[in-house]
Design a protein around this ligand. Sequence first.
Ligand code: ZN
Length: 157
Amino acid sequence: MIGKSNAIPKGAVDRRRVNSVRTGIVVVLTAVVLIFFVIWYRAWPQRWDCFKEAQRVAVAVEEYRARNNSFPPLLSTLSIKNGRYNYDHFEYCLTGLGGPADPPAGTLIAYCQETHQPLLGTPWRHILIFSKHHIAINWLAEKEFKKLHTQQLPAYP
Ligand SMILES: [Zn+2]
């Protein structure tokens, strides 16, 4: 009789078990959502920061082009503010050559030297491309970039 008064009713044990399973599911789901959020959040600023540096490079090259009526032979001679990425994050296609001030539309000016590889989603790069008398910045999936880059390679006889 004494032991029975302290015993937990069977219904209460079942309810506790159901509650702990529910709590476990909520904790696991919250953790999964947080992990996906962190992955997304890390990938987004990377794209934004790379774009901002691409813009700085494009502006500096355009200023040089306006002053000298040609493309600069090196990016290192320009004054480009660095952020998370430096100007050398970009491969400059006219290194050592400079080039005429008004190349044909579609001429590749620069691109991310290395592919950005997000944990989720497709690998990508930014490109600086000459279009309608100015430099445009485009975002390209790696596959499209490879195709464009192959087209730009000079044809040797
Ligand atoms: Zn980049």
